[in-house]
Every structure is written in C-alpha cells, then in structure tokens.
Design a protein around this ligand. Structure first.
Ligand code: SF4
Ligand code: SF4
Length: 425
C-alpha cells in the first residue's frame, strides 16, 4: 500500500493508491440539531434517481434514528466491532497540539485500510475491512424510528444540556470520500473520483457486480441492484453541480443537490472547497464551509477513524451524551458543541446561510447591525453565558461572485396590504 496524508486523522495512513487530489471537492454540512426526520431529502433523492425497478431498497439518501436505527441495519456498530476485534490494542486518539494539518489531534488506532493489511481470513486479502450486509438488512430503512436510548442510571451524565433519554436523527449520503473505500476495493477500476469536483462515480459499463465496493464502503453507500447486478451509488446530482440546470443555473452557476435544496429543516449547507496538490484544503476564510469546518471546527466528519476522509460534516446534537458522540465524530465534539451553543456574531450570521438559496455559495460577507438582544444560554458545563445578538446582515455569493442571498439575523415582518390580496376571501 502507498502512504497518503489524512488531515482528519492528523497523520499519514496506508491506502492502495498514491495521493492524487481533485481541484475542488464536493462537501456538505448537516446540522443534526435541526433535523426533524421529515424524510423530504430522502424522497427528493428517490424520486430523482432511484424510482426504477430493482431500486426498491436503494436509498442513496437516508435519515436514521440514532443510536439504534441504521440503514443497512447496524452498519456502524458492526464495522466498529470488526475493527476493535482486529485491533484489540485500541482505537484511540491522542490529543496533541491542534494544527491545520491535524485539527483534531492524532488517531492512534487502525483504519479500515490498515486493519486489512494483516487480515488473513478465508476470503483472501482485502483492500479494506468491511462486510456484505445480508438482503434483509437492506429492508426497513427507517427501523427504530424515534426509539430513545437511556433511562435512569444508563447515561453517564445527568448534567444539562445532556439528556438522560435521548435519540437524534442522522441524515446520510455518500461522503464522496477523499480516500474512498469503494474505489480502493474495486477489482475492475470501475470507480473513479472526478478531478473537477471530487465526486465519486461508478462506471456502469465497467462494473461486473462483484460487490467489493458494497463490502468496503464503511458507510454502506454503494448498493447492489439485483436486476442489473451492478452496483450504484449517489451521483451527487452532478448535472446540478456542473450548473447544467437551465432554470436554476442560467449562467452555469453550480447548484446544490436535490436532497440539500429540499430540506425544510434547513439543516443542510453544501459547497465546493478548493483543494491543493498536497490534499489540504486551500485556506479560504470567506468560504462558508471552510469557515465552519476548518476555521471554527463547529462541524465534524462522520466516523473519521474509518480513514476514508469523508467530506460530509456534522454539527453534533447538543443533548446527547458525549462518549456516544465522540465515538461517532471524533475528539472535536466538546469544542463544536460549545461553539454552537452560544455562537458569536460571525458564527450566528454564517449559520443563517443553511438552505437559504439553491445555488452553491463560494463566499459570504457580513454588514454589521445594531445590538438587538442579550439572551442567557445554558452551556455544556451547565453554566450560564450571555449571548449578545446583533441584527447583522449576511450576504452569500455564487461562483461568479454574484450576490444570490441576503439575510438579516432578525426576521423581517411583512404586513399584508388591505384587501383585496391574493387568496383573500
Ligand atoms: S461513502 Fe462509501 S460509496 Fe461514498 S465515496 Fe466513501 S467509500 Fe465510496
Ligand atoms: S429534509 Fe432536512 S429536516 Fe427533513 S429529514 Fe432530511 S435532513 Fe432532516
């Protein structure tokens, strides 16, 4: 295997291919604090891409209730169990001084690729550790919906704002990983990562349905289609990313995917981040995604310890016990929740941009407004902090640097005119 640098692990790691990076990377942030499990995203995706025969159990976007829900069933706990078994020394993080190349410290355990190096099962050598779900595990995609975990004595923490009884909704799609497990495992080289936007696609004409991608994707987002026997996965609505929709993108501006634009909970913000030749994100403090993920570290990768460097990031739910969140999002959880619990004025302004326009935002700017409120906030340590709120205006710009959205912190009030007006009776 080659050595590649994984910034989410803060170190080099083994990978079957040499480092090679796209110019831009498709990435997204989900704010789990706001998801209402309406599944509008799921249906937006299904009605666009997976409504045909053979795709009945294919949900490229799904929303599961954690901790018990999962699609396919128990996908994460199964893989975590396999990795722990192969690396009984432990899957630990060591803190270290945070730096741009190692913002969360250093992962000392084994990734799916590293655990595969010493693998000697009856099924031969592997590029990555994984498993093939049984057919019934792909059924009931929303199993354990709204099932809570906890009760007196079960949760280690009783301090607000963590709750003794809890669940939360985890929306998921392909993470268009920097080091995809699916791509690493494909014996036909049918899977490729596009140099222009980092989107990971399966070439249907090359796929022979060996399902190595299904086995090796730690997020189980490559899925086999029984009637064609090939594997399919999220295509990141690439015509929209390319700005090919004549109505949404009259001048070729990149637009957000169907699942992102449909979200009524406004939990989603999508972007394209610029990547350097060394694989590092090019510093761009005015990019909403760079600001939230790399600068403020308020959004965290999902299971970074798997090692694929996923490009989906999550603002963790405030009410959930931290040990659960830390095994899911890594060691940055406490910092992210502190930031989100009492955002300063710039962070509060940028958070308004979630689901504000269908076009992808490449830059934001803020016009400062008057102070309008002081609000007491309960912080994760139970102490109270006063949040100062200013009626700032945040402006978002598309790829052509044209203003496409302008919002104030205080929602404006509109008074209806005297009758008659539309729909008056
Ligand atoms: S999430 Fe899975 S299917 Fe998507 S790029 Fe990563 S490894 Fe491949
Ligand atoms: S559309 Fe948005 S709020 Fe609704 S389930 Fe999907 S991510 Fe959650």
């Amino acid at each position: 295997m080659s050595k590649v640098y994984n910034w989410q692990l803060g170190r080099e790691m083994a990978y079957p291919y040499d480092e090679h990076h796209p110019q831009w990377q498709f990435a997204f942030i989900f704010n789990t604090n706001r998801c209402i499990n309406c599944q509008t995203c799921t249906m937006a995706c299904k009605s666009t891409w997976t409504f045909s025969k053979g795709q009945e159990h294919m949900w490229w976007n799904n929303v599961e209730t954690k901790p018990f829900g999962g699609y396919p069933h128990n996908w994460d706990s199964k893989l975590l169990g396999m990795l722990s078994e192969l690396n009984p020394e432990g899957q630990f993080w060591s803190a270290g001084e945070p730096s741009p190349k190692a913002p969360y410290g250093h992962f000392d355990g084994k990734t799916i690729f590293e655990a595969a190096e010493g693998y000697s099962g009856t099924d031969g050598p592997k590029a990555a550790i994984g498993y093939l779900p049984a057919p019934e595990e792909w059924e009931a995609p929303n199993v354990y919906e709204d099932h809570a975990r906890g009760g007196a004595g079960l949760s280690p923490s009783t301090t607000l704002p963590e709750h003794k009884v809890w669940f939360f909704y985890l929306a998921r799609l392909c993470n268009h990983c920097t080091y995809p497990g699916c791509l690493a495992a494909c014996p036909r080289q049918a899977i490729y990562k596009r140099p222009e936007d980092g989107i990971v696609l399966i070439d249907q004409s090359r796929c022979r349905g060996y399902q190595k991608c299904v086995e090796a994707c730690p997020y189980k987002k490559a899925i086999n289609r029984p009637n064609t026997t090939t594997s399919e996965k999220c295509v990141a609505c690439y015509p929209r990313i390319e700005g090919k929709d004549p109505e949404l993108s009259p001048n070729g501006e990149p637009c957000e995917t169907r699942c992102m634009t449909a979200c009524p909970g406004k939990i989603r913000l999508q972007g394209l981040v610029r990547v350097g030749e060394d694989g590092q994100w090019v510093e761009d403090a005015a990019s909403p995604l760079y600001y939230l993920i790399r600068d403020r570290k308020v959004a965290l990768p999902l299971y970074p310890q798997f090692g694929t460097e996923p490009n989906g990031f999550y603002i963790p739910p405030r009410w959930v016990p931290r040990p659960y969140l830390e095994q899911m999002f890594g060691p940055g959880v406490q910092h992210a929740i502190e930031q989100y619990s009492c955002p300063d004025r710039e962070l509060l302004a940028v958070l308004q941009l979630f689901r504000a326009t269908q076009q992808i935002l490449f830059r934001y700017s803020i016009i400062e407004g008057e102070k309008v409120a002081e609000v007491p906030v309960t912080m994760p340590d139970g102490k109270t902090k006063v949040q100062e709120i200013y009626n700032d205006t945040v402006i978002g710009y598309n790829k052509l640097d044209r203003e496409v959205v302008r919002l104030t912190i205080e929602e404006p009030v509109f008074e209806r005119p005297e009758r008659p007006y539309a729909n008056s009776i």
